[in-house]
Design a protein around this ligand. Sequence first.
Ligand code: SF4
Length: 155
Amino acid sequence: MERTNGTMYSIGVVAGRLNVSVETIRLYEREGLIIPQKTKAGHRRFSEHDIDRLECIREMLTKKGMNLEGVRRVMAMIPCWRIHPECSAEDYADCPALNNSALPCWVLEGKPALCAEADCYTCPVYQLHVDCDGIKSLYHTQTFTKTIPPSIKGG
Ligand code: SF4
């Protein structure tokens, strides 16, 4: 499980910090909003970054008037193919992440091998600093080194 540095917390501790139930955090996982790490025994473990992500999700749900579907769609809009360092134009030309607006890339099926075999938890896309009001800025602040093929842009 050791894929991050720093303290890892159990789901009970995280639920207490966020003042939500353990079942609520499990729901966010089932909804594809988070992908927690698990111990060999199957116990979920959360980093401070995971907790930041959960706080962002809570804020969108409780203060921004969004529902789970809306939060998932906001995450689905992150242009992962522009952030993933190894993703080439060939990789993403047929990738469902390019056109699917309903699911974040880390829960999509049918991705190219590069992503299908990847550990999404450690991917820079999933590890982006999550700022509830800053997701739109991702479109402006990322270094866009790749362009979308004309056939996809047009359709
Ligand atoms: S490795 Fe996973 S999180 Fe990263 S771009 Fe691919 S599907 Fe998304």
